[in-house]
Write a protein that binds this ligand. Sequence first.
Ligand SMILES: Nc1ncnc2c1ncn2[C@@H]1O[C@H](COP(=O)(O)OP(=O)(O)O)[C@@H](O)[C@H]1O
Ligand SMILES: [Mg+2]
Length: 348
Amino acid sequence: MAKIKLGVIFGGISAEHDVSVISGTSVIRNLNKEKYDIYPIFISKKGEWFNCKAIDSKIVIGEEIKSTEKIENICETLKNLDVVFPVLHGLGGEDGSLQGMLELFNIPYVGCKILGSSICMDKVYTKIIFEKANILQAEYVYIRKNNDDYMYVEKDFSEEKYNIFEVIQKIIEKLEFPMFVKPSNSGSSVGINKANNAEELKEFIEHASVFDNKILIEENINGREIECAVLGNEEVETSVLGEIIPADKFYSYNAKYNNKESKTIMPAEISEELSNKIRNIAKRAYKATDCKGLARVDFFVDEKQDKIYINEINTLPGFTDISMYPKLWEKTGLSYSDLLDKLIELAL
Ligand SMILES: Nc1ncnc2c1ncn2[C@@H]1O[C@H](COP(=O)(O)OP(=O)(O)O)[C@@H](O)[C@H]1O
Ligand SMILES: [Mg+2]
């Protein structure tokens, strides 16, 4: 049988470029070379596309990709492929834009389509869908920065203009400290902070607005961080659960990628009853946000109060050898290579 021509795209213009390089090269190393002709495609931080040689050795974070040849005609390169696996995190890869380009070129690809990708990339819109689906989550408000003004957006989408001090008062009327401040479009905890008082709230809103003009502010949830891997198009399967024990006050960028003290426990030590409840919510959230192929659904679980809060959905979760998504499937009985085969099958 002829081999499948598979493009693996990694790197990208988002703040998660370096993580994507590790994920992408990990995917390439774990693919069955008998089955696939692999075309590694690297996108630089500036957004230039390069063909590169298959990468067999492990890449360390921040390492540059060598042996590349600039792609002059992206369309032509893509049209030569049977299927694409975009191993890109964040804007320009996980947000529906690349998915839209692949749709236009009529090329099958792994993962969520335009709608699911863009909903899940935008934390505010994800929360609006979760609300509609009656899934418990942290209370929130959101604002939009417009030049020096802040628009406070009500649940019915009516909005009012405030200065920074007024908008902080509005937020404090709605939510209690500590609060989480997040750029609506973000990932890898970039631009996210926990504010303990009005002064910090101001500082963190201004910081978040560097990354996105839409800013989400959430109540703090005290709970265990539990994650579930989901796989499928129509028929959807869920993995055993994993738990994150961040080494920092929360799972910040530093705790995620630099602090070796952050731990993951797989499967999470959690009762079967609770685990089943979480897996069911994960499935429902996946369907509600129009996910296809794969996603990792993240929760906060407050056992004392017997409450399961959904946090977010990652449509292109980390794919390094030690990443939660492939590891959870391994613990559920599906090896990394078999998982990749399954994802490509779902795409085709
Ligand atoms: N409402 C919240 N309550 C408690 N911790 C939170 C809350 N929101 C986020 N966090 C912490 O911040 C981390 C990053 O936030 P998250 O919304 O998952 O953003 P990202 O998309 O960057 O992963 C979470 O893993 C968690 O540790
Ligand atoms: Mg997260």
